[in-house]
Design a protein around this ligand. Structure first.
Ligand code: ATP
Ligand code: MG
Length: 333
């Protein structure tokens, strides 16, 4: 599988975006175990980057290194314009981190957790109170603010976790699996919160195992496997790496079905469902050619659907010990 590294240093009006996070040759082993085997990343400021990978791929390790919690064995690493090795303090001042496991202290209230963070950021008492109140409001935690965090639901705890991360107004935030364990509504809420951060110009580095999440949020996605970046690109670029796209035509009239099967070459037939599947990249040109051939044979399909491979296909094709073959998800008998 070829990896696709398509650097995009340009956003919108063709201006080069400054780089928020960069890594060249990032390596990390735990004892004998090589976790990150020379990884290169470049994340433009103001964008969302998703690091995808199966359990144990090294996502949290990458987050911990880039957020200065642990050190790398090798690599030229910069965050917020600062060299990680030379100036970790400056990096810490520029970033916020929401770890995979909650940093919320359950024994104290949500408000007290926020005020503790404000203290850690050396905000004055009044500034701390104002920031805490603003963030509690923004994260819909005002009602719960005076209750012990142990009484919060998973989604509330996650929101409090992120609110605490934002106390220092970081311009770069790391979110390690921000929505794992959240129900669909809470997950969508969290996505909304992340989008609003990005619209304020914040750079987001997130890890996830949910392909849908990467597809929804990320400008660029890297798939981590076996210590290396197996592929990197936009969701669409990654989907294009995997064959399996097809156009599906469904008929109710068996005669029309048979004529279409004759008129179109390279079809996979499903005689029971009266449906035909034609390999296609879903481009306008290919669709037109299919429709032209149906038109000139005087056939009208009852339903036409275009299937492009989704990120699940990409993920399964690129990760894990048993790499599956590139079957379209919708298999046609
Ligand atoms: N402190 C440590 N000591 C030894 N091995 C470690 C340590 N931390 C992580 N590892 C190992 O490094 C590998 C990568 O772990 P990491 O937590 O980065 O994976 P991950 O991609 O975040 O996984 P998950 O999706 O389960 O969170 C795993 O094999 C893990 O067992
Ligand atoms: Mg992890």
């Amino acid at each position: 599988m070829p990896s696709s590294v398509m650097p995009t240093s340009r956003h919108g009006g063709g201006h080069a975006s400054p780089t928020a996070i960069s890594a060249v040759g990032l390596r990390k082993s735990y004892g004998e175990k090589l976790v990150l085997d020379g990884i290169d990343l470049r994340i433009p400021a103001g964008s969302v980057f998703a690091l995808l990978g199966p359990n144990g791929a090294g996502k949290t390790t990458a987050v911990k290194i880039l957020s200065t919690l642990i050190t790398a064995d090798a690599g030229d690493l910069h965050v917020g314009g600062h060299n990680l090795g030379a100036d970790p303090q400056a990096v810490r001042a520029a970033i916020g981190v929401t770890g995979q496991f909650s940093a919320v202290d359950s024994l104290i209230t949500g408000e007290e957790n926020m005020l503790l963070m404000a203290d850690l950021h050396h905000l004055s008492k009044s500034e701390g109170r104002r920031t805490a109140a603003e963030l509690l409001e923004r994260f819909d935690l005002v009602e719960a603010a005076k209750k012990p965090a142990s009484t919060y639901s998973g989604g509330m705890k996650r929101r409090l976790d992120l609110a605490m991360t934002l106390v220092g107004s970081p311009r770069i935030i790391f979110l390690d699996e921000p929505t794992t364990g959240l129900d669909p509504r809470s997950r969508h809420n969290m996505w909304g919160i992340i989008r609003s951060l990005v619209s304020d110009g914040v750079t987001v580095f997130l890890t996830t195992q949910q392909l849908e999440e990467a597809d929804e949020l990320a400008d660029r996605i890297a798939v981590l496997n076996d210590g290396k970046i197996a592929a990197e690109g936009t969701a669409d670029e990654l989907k294009r790496l995997i064959p399996g796209g097809h156009v599906r035509l469904r008929f109710t009239d068996p005669v029309a079905y048979q004529s279409a099967a004759d008129a179109l070459r390279e079809v996979t037939r499903d005689d029971e469902a009266l449906s035909l599947s034609i390999p296609s990249d879903g481009s306008q040109r290919e669709l037109r050619s299919i429709l032209d051939r149906l038109d000139s044979a005087g056939i009208e399909a009852d339903e036409l659907t275009v299937h492009t491979p989704d990120l699940d296909d990409v993920f399964f094709a690129l990760t894990g010990p048993a790499r599956v073959t590139n079957q379209p998800k919708e298999t046609v008998r």
